[in-house]
Design a protein around this ligand. Structure first.
Ligand SMILES: [Zn+2]
Length: 282
């Protein structure tokens, strides 16, 4: 079943006087939102007890929790000590999603740094391979999904091809296809259903069916410049795109069942409801 979710709380949630993410469970349920992505982008501070409480509340409402790992993870860092730290952040994120009763953690894979693209990608792939053993040792077996995200800035690793390469390494590595990022990085490449379909086809050529059908998706309109992503926008934007309608048509036509998380700037609840409504009108 396709799921539509939000990344964090919307402006409207706070405008209505709510303050705590615990309250977001019933708030999302009431709006027909299926999933909630909890961000630890700036660090993992939530304690175990609170995480379990949040997990229970969301479970009661039937809203699934996913986790976004810290932004400073970098699997192409030349310093092995820093790679150990990145592994640690991924494990801590998995612990949170376990407490939440979920199974998906989204990870920004790496930045290019001073290396050539080729060297940076090779290092990222090598360290992603090293992560397999780290997950095994920590007991995060089959069922957990580490979703590597396509990135919006040219200096970041995470083109569609690079994400496919990493995701080919292990059954737990899933793609998080951020279509807003792809559009921003590639200067507005996503205009039509055919453009979206090209990406889905490329994934299907190299990845098992479940990783395409059940992929993680981030969607928002994003302002971009020559170096790629500048900032997230809302669905009100008419300049940068991309548009969600053709993507929903492709999901529908191919009977895909992704987790579509809306990352609009402050209107993620309203915008994900718009996507869901459009999808089910097809
Ligand atoms: Zn992200």
């Amino acid at each position: 079943m396709i799921k539509f979710g939000v990344a964090g709380n919307s402006n409207s949630f706070y405008d209505e006087g709510y303050t705590q993410t615990l309250e977001a469970a019933s708030w999302c349920k009431a709006r027909g939102i299926d999933a909630f992505e909890y961000s630890f982008g700036r660090g993992i501070t939530l304690n175990e007890k609170t995480a379990i409480n949040i997990g229970n509340r969301f479970k009661e409402e039937g809203v699934e929790l996913t986790v976004h790992a810290p932004y400073y993870i970098n699997l192409a860092n030349p310093d092995p000590e820093m790679i150990k730290k990145s592994y640690g952040y991924i494990l801590s994120s998995l612990k949170k999603v376990k407490d939440f009763g979920g199974d998906r953690v989204v990870v920004h894979p790496a930045t290019q740094g001073k290396m050539t693209r080729e060297d940076a990608v090779a290092l990222m792939v090598e360290n992603a391979r090293g992560l397999i053993e780290v997950l095994d040792e920590a007991g995060y077996g089959e069922g957990y999904k580490v979703c590597f995200e396509t990135m919006g800035k040219k200096a970041q690793l995470g083109t569609v091809e690079e994400i496919i390469q990493v995701c080919s390494l292990d059954s737990r590595f899933y793609p998080c296809i951020d279509f807003g990022h792809i559009n921003a990085r590639e200067q507005g490449i996503l205009k039509s259903a055919t453009n979206y379909n090209t990406i889905i086809q490329k994934m299907s050529d190299f990845l098992p069916k479940c990783k395409v059908s059940n992929m993680h998706v981030h969607f928002s309109k994003i302002e971009y410049g020559a170096k790629g992503e500048i900032r997230h926008l809302t669905f009100q934007d008419e300049k940068y795109g991309p548009d969600y309608e053709p993507l929903m048509e492709i999901f529908h036509k191919n009977a895909l069942e992704p987790y579509v998380i809306c990352e609009s700037d402050g209107t993620q609840a309203e915008d994900t409801v718009a996507m869901k409504k459009y999808f089910f009108s097809l």
